[in-house]
Design a protein around this ligand. Structure first.
Ligand SMILES: *Cc1c(COP(=O)(O)O)cnc(C)c1O
Length: 368
């Protein structure tokens, strides 16, 4: 059997270091807001090249807190519009609507599966205050055109960097391209914790300090509450684990890039559309390797009978979910086509060359 993602194998590569750091936390007797968190925040901020990193409970909270802080700082007000890609994972949209802001959905580019920057300007109104970009599947979405657009209309750029940690655009890491960024360390992400974890990155001092307080009950001093905050902390145990795994992130991402290279160079099947390959390989860290085809169900079933597990990211777009009834009548044909046709192949640092060869062979000999 070739699993889609073998987290046991990925994490047990670092068994010694991980068990050591976990017992250190156990022995320290200090489990929240301590030295482990400080160290991880510092190391991640240096890695990203950004002034502030704030560890939080998960990726959704990271995005929610960014928007909540902009509300507290009076940059945003209830009902303001935030532009986001229609085909993102629902968390990006939930972060917006949870803050009583209005998600304005924009169609993606059918080649990169990222928000089509050409389609943004026509969606901007007097109420638009921010653009949430999502580096979907690990592929960077950014351009000078986007920067100029944000400048022209005075919009904040918020990066949902849950899937692209380690990727770069013109020698700058994702998470340092816009005004603020949310990271997820969900176990299956390129940098995964052994549980929930997330972070915010920003160069904005006021925003950073506001988010730090908001994530800690709106308090900057014990029992003194300046905001109606929440409890969203990255605990010491996860921070220690992430700090160990951060050292190996580039290596893990390189293994993903090598597998993607092999798939792209060797998969040859007229029915299969391969993912777009950026000219600069640093612009993709291949959180997912997503192919597209008309009858994916049949291919998925075939691969399954051959012992290869695949997944679909994602089967239903946010605007077609019951949770977003008010969007159900809107039409996003490119988004809908993507959701009907995509299939994710196994890719990770724990997949062997042999496994990748076998998957490629199966795809090349598949005819419906
Ligand atoms: C995983 C993910 C999130 C949310 O992260 P959690 O840590 O699960 O809350 C947000 N956006 C995208 C694009 C994601 O893939």
């Amino acid at each position: 059997m070739i699993p889609f993602l073998d987290l046991q194998k990925i994490n047990c590569q670092y068994r010694e270091e991980l068990t050591k750091c976990m017992s250190e936390v156990l022995d320290s007797g200090w489990y929240l807001l301590g030295d482990q968190l400080k160290r991880f925040e510092k190391n991640l901020s240096e890695y990203i090249g950004v002034k502030h990193v704030i560890g939080v409970a998960n990726g959704l909270d990271a995005l929610r807190l960014i928007l909540k802080a902009y509300l507290e700082l009076n940059y945003l007000k209830e009902g303001d519009e935030v532009i986001a890609p229609a085909n993102t994972y629902i968390a990006s949209i939930l972060a917006i609507s949870d803050n009583r802001l209005k998600p304005i959905l924009v169609e993606p580019d059918i080649h990169t599966y990222n928000i089509d920057i050409e389609n943004i300007e026509e969606k901007i109104t007097k109420k638009t205050r921010a653009i949430m970009i999502v580096h979907l599947y690990g592929r960077v979405v950014f351009s000078n055109q986007l920067k100029n657009l944000a400048k022209k209309y005075d919009l904040k750029i918020i990066e949902d960097n849950a899937q692209a940690i380690g990727a770069e655009w013109k020698n700058k890491k994702t998470g340092n391209l816009g005004d603020a960024a949310g990271f997820s360390f969900y176990p299956g992400k390129n940098l995964g914790a052994l549980g929930n974890a997330g972070a915010v990155a920003t160069n904005d001092d006021d925003l950073a300090s506001c988010i730090r307080d908001l994530a800690n009950y709106g308090s900057n001093k014990k029992y003194i509450n300046i905001y109606k905050g929440l409890n969203s902390r990255l605990d010491e145990l996860q921070a220690a684990i992430l700090d160990v795994k951060l050292k190996y992130l580039d290596c893990e991402n390189q293994k993903r890039q090598q597998i993607a290279r092999y798939y792209i160079d060797h998969i040859q099947n007229d029915q299969i559309i391969l993912p777009d390959d950026p000219k600069n390989e640093k612009e993709h860290v291949w959180h997912l390797f997503v192919i597209r085809l008309k009858s994916r169900q049949r291919l998925q079933a075939y691969l399954s009978t051959q012992g290869v597990k695949t997944l679909i990211h994602y089967p239903v777009p946010p605007h077609r979910q019951k949770a977003y009834k008010e969007y159900n009548q809107q039409s996003f044909p490119i988004t809908e086509r993507i959701h009907q046709q995509v299939l994710s192949l196994p890719i990770s640092g724990a997949h062997s060359h042999k496994q990748v060869e076998k998957i490629t062979y199966l795809l090349n000999s598949y005819h419906q």
